[in-house]
Design a protein around this ligand. Structure first.
Ligand code: PEP
Ligand code: MG
Length: 858
């Protein structure tokens, strides 16, 4: 039978599955010869064995191993457990593979009883300390094992007391214990220990742990390890204390140690947010030697782990002990800054840097902020900026209320004295979290940062009365439902609703995305046609424009009028409309080329059916007839003739180019004239890429292309100028995929329109699929919405076939993807497996697409 317990010397950091994160890292620190109190870890396997049993009792072999390990500890420490003049005291902590802050439970000072408390008092010469430790054990034992809130016991006395007084206090604690739990506080140290181990095992399945796992996608079947360690005491003397320290600032990523400590305090005091701790710089003054040793160790650990560390330490009578190290939780801003700095410091490779950035981080990084004018508004309170971002919402004072308000569609800001693990669900539905107490490493701060929720903690001037559901600040009171605005980056809270500004890409992120571009095999282009969006796409790092939808250029009032004239009139009125629209389009294309210079730009000729430019209502049609000075009967008749039963499958795309060739010809003339002019003016070579949509046969493509080429040649002749150009096709009909080799003979490039290709492959109308897709995904008929994440088996296979056939036929053929999935990271990792040169997506998705392309390539 496999061993179930491991001494710290026996484990290593890679064994997180078996020893949990905390246990594995303690082992690693022990093996680095750092000052770690001795101890051992009960494996996650032992926990799983325990949880699957119906009887829920510790196996005989586990108990035997635990006893053996305690004997070892007794030998190493020359102390004895539960008896004797020099009692061995232990801490029992949970530690799962993934860090679950505050989710599981800890018991300190195990081994104290009515006898050993006196021994401890004697050997330390500190009676108050010994009895305070005993009080804490009884409290924590009641809380963790029997779910009895520590508040039932009142606060542990901190002042000096006589032996007799302490006896009364302890008797009282034991009475409360017995009343609340229905049993006596165990005097046998082994009994205490085994009950504590069972309690930690069971806490894996408590409600708040389950909720945390659900929110963070942690599997339910992992179980937790249990770390049993010799106690060191931060509450031992004036030269004792406890603290947490990050090797870099977890909010900004700035280099340099960052953290908090409390003198004369034990373990949980800091994370619980009950006492507001001191900044770590205070320790430098108070205990310079300890501070130096601590920072040296922290930096050694950062180098060893190649990542920012979050360490927990205790100082007992001036001696430093390390109790934990782990990769520190951080804000997205900090994550990006730290990963970049570690790369420039040579600790991690570019590939590791890319692997450490994720899609969610980028999303959260592009957080909103408040506008400048908004900042003039009165600040009602200030606290510590625990998690950045900005949010506006209505106050809830309890997690329950937050959930209820959020269910009603309200934006909620959770305001509390401090948060605890029970509040997780309420926190996760909130736009921001505000607490009156606690520091940067309090529960609220840590959890909010993990969730990417804006958070301000330690608002000294805010008095929160959770029961009455109100809070007061210097100038007034706040009640449930009141609007406040929270700035998690500055720590300011404003009364009322401020205006939010969209966030901008950070400089460091931009540098990282440039590194991504170096590693990516595919380029990222933007889908945009207005000068504003094209500029935005370039700002976000697009290497060109992969899809300019020209129909979007016809919706301004004057152009729409002329478009309608083009559709509804005849003879010279049509020519008049064409001439007008050509000038407008030419102007648009001139602007586009001026912005893009020689960067590639693919312009798609008109795609939608013409009736999309007309109203359906007869009255409105009469109005149009009047405006255009046309006969209203013939206008209504024409509109009727254009109406289609199934417009997505009707007169659109290339078919329009065949039936009304003058439209494509007008567009092509505008594209080429603009390109010739800008090339000459700017002394550059603009290479227009003209794209014909919805192609299904060779002949229709060739016919449309030939008519475009004829216009282009005429123009070259007339202007005595030339320029290179390409005419390509969208691949968005399954038939086009099947004949891709033939298409490649006549088309200069391919661009997959996955929106239509998905629509036509499945036979799902992209405009109506929302009526059944949720049911389909709910019943797992489909794994997800194929318009969001590419259907790899079907549509993806068609794309594979088409791109391979196309490239085989013509090596120089460029192939892109410009449908919605071109900006979706999951789809991008599949597209990477095809011979595709670029993806093109809307500007706001470009940063994520750049990251996804790099991840797919490495
Ligand atoms: C497509 O079909 O994927 C595409 C990009 O074109 P549109 O969405 O304009 O039909
Ligand atoms: Mg399309």
């Amino acid at each position: 039978m496999a061993k179930l317990t491991y001494r710290f010397h026996e484990g290593k950091k890679e064994w997180k599955d078996l020893l949990g994160g905390k246990g594995a890292n303690l082992c690693e620190m022990k093996n680095l010869n750092l000052p770690v109190p001795n101890g051992f870890v009960i494996s996650t396997e032992a926990c799983r064995n325990y949880l699957i049993q119906e009887t829920k009792s510790l196996s005989g072999s586990l108990v035997e191993e635990i006893i053996f390990q305690i004997k070892e500890l007794e030998m190493l420490s020359s102390k004895t457990f539960g008896i004797g003049v020099n009692p061995l005291l232990l801490s029992v902590r949970s530690g799962a593979k993934y860090s679950m802050p505050g989710m599981m439970d800890t018991i300190l000072n195990l081994g104290l009883n009515d006898k050993t408390v006196h021994a401890l008092s004697k050997i330390t010469g500190n009676r108050d300390f010994a009895f305070q430790c005993y009080c804490r054990l009884i409290q924590m034992f009641a809380d963790v094992v029997y779910n009895v809130a520590t508040t039932n016991f009142g606060t542990i006395p901190t002042e000096t007391k006589t032996e007799a007084e302490w006896k009364v206090i302890i008797t009282n604690y034991q009475k409360i214990f017995a009343t609340m739990t229905g049993r006596k506080f165990p005097q046998d140290a082994y009994e205490q220990l085994l009950i504590a181990v069972e309690a930690v095992f069971s806490s894996w399945n408590n409600q708040r742990a389950k909720v945390y796992r659900r929110i963070h996608g942690i599997p339910d079947n992992l179980g937790t390890a249990v770390t049993i360690q010799q106690m060191v005491f931060g509450n031992y003397s004036a030269e004792s204390g406890t603290g947490v320290m990050f090797t870099r600032n977890p909010a900004t990523g700035e280099k340099g140690v960052y953290g908090e400590y409390l003198l004369q305090a034990q373990g949980e005091d800091i994370v619980a947010g009950i006492r507001t701790p001191e900044s770590i710089s205070g320790l430098q003054e108070a205990m310079p030697q300890v501070y130096d040793e601590l920072t040296k160790i922290a930096n050694q650990l950062e180098k060893h782990y190649c990542d920012m560390q979050d360490v927990e330490f205790t100082i007992e009578a001036g001696k430093l002990y390390m109790l934990q190290t782990r990769n520190g939780k951080r804000t997205p801003q900090a994550a990006v800054a730290i990963a970049y700095d570690l790369m420039t410091e040579g600790l991690i490779s570019e590939e590791t840097l890319i692997a450490r950035i994720d899609e969610e981080m980028i999303g959260q990084l592009l957080h909103p902020t408040f506008t400048d004018e908004a900042k003039i508004e009165t600040v009602i309170v200030r606290g510590l900026p625990a998690s950045p971002g900005a949010a506006v919402g209505q106050i809830a004072f309890t997690a329950e209320a937050a959930k209820e308000m959020s269910r009603k569609g309200k934006k909620v800001i959770l305001v509390r004295n401090e948060t605890s693990p029970e509040d997780i669900e309420g926190m996760s539905v909130s736009e921001a979290i505000v607490t009156a107490r606690g520091g940067m490493t309090s529960h609220a701060a840590v959890v909010a940062r993990g969730m990417g929720v804006c958070c301000v903690v330690g608002c000294e001037n805010l008095q929160v009365d959770e029961e009455k559901e109100m809070a007061s600040f210097v100038d007034g009171i706040l009640q449930t439902g009141d609007f406040i605005s929270v700035d998690g980056s500055s720590g300011r809270i404003y009364l009322g609703k401020l205006t939010l500004n969209e966030a901008e890409t950070s400089e460091v992120l931009e540098k990282i995305l440039k590194i991504c571009d170096d590693h990516a095999a595919m380029s990222v282009y933007g889908n945009a046609e207005t000068p504003r969006d094209i500029k935005e796409a370039l700002l976000k790092g697009a290497k060109g424009i992969g899809l300019a939808r020209t129909e979007h250029m016809f919706f301004q009032a004057d152009r729409l009028k002329m478009m309608r004239q083009l559709i509804l009139a005849e003879g010279s009125r049509v020519d008049e409309a064409l001439a007008y629209l050509k000038e407008k389009q030419k102007n648009d294309f001139r602007q586009i080329y001026q912005i893009l210079g020689e960067l590639p730009c693919t312009i798609r000729l008109l795609d939608p059916p013409l009736h999309e430019f007309l109203p359906q209502d007869r009255q409105e049609l009469r109005g149009i007839a009047q405006e255009l000075n046309l006969n209203s009967h013939s206008v209504i008749a024409k509109a009727k003739s254009l109406a289609e039963v199934n417009p997505m499958l009707g007169l659109r795309g290339v078919r329009l180019g065949i039936i009304r060739p003058e439209i494509y010809q007008m567009q092509v003339a505008a594209i080429i004239e603009a390109a010739l002019e800008v090339s000459k003016e700017e002394e550059i070579t603009v290479i227009p890429h003209i794209m014909i949509p919805l192609v299904g046969t060779i002949k229709e493509f060739s016919m449309a292309k030939d008519s475009c080429v004829e216009i282009i040649n005429d123009l070259f002749e007339k202007t005595k100028m030339r320029l290179p150009f390409e005419i390509g096709t969208m691949i968005e009909i399954p038939r086009a995929c099947l004949i891709a080799n033939q298409l490649a003979q006549v088309a200069d490039f391919f661009s997959f329109g996955t929106n239509d290709l998905t629509q036509l492959t499945y036979g799902y109308s992209r405009d109506d699929a929302h009526k059944f897709l949720p049911t389909y995904t709910h019943h797992e008929i489909l794994p997800n919405d194929p318009f969001q994440h590419l259907d790899q088996e079907g549509v993806g296979e068609l794309m594979r076939m088409a791109s391979e056939m196309g490239k085989q036929e013509k090596k120089s053929l460029s192939v892109g993807v410009c449908g919605e999935v071109g900006g979706d990271p999951v789809s991008i990792s599949f597209i990477q497996t095809l011979p595709v040169d670029y993806v093109s997506c809307s500007p706001y998705r470009i940063p994520n697409a750049r990251l996804a392309c790099a991840k797919a390539a490495i």
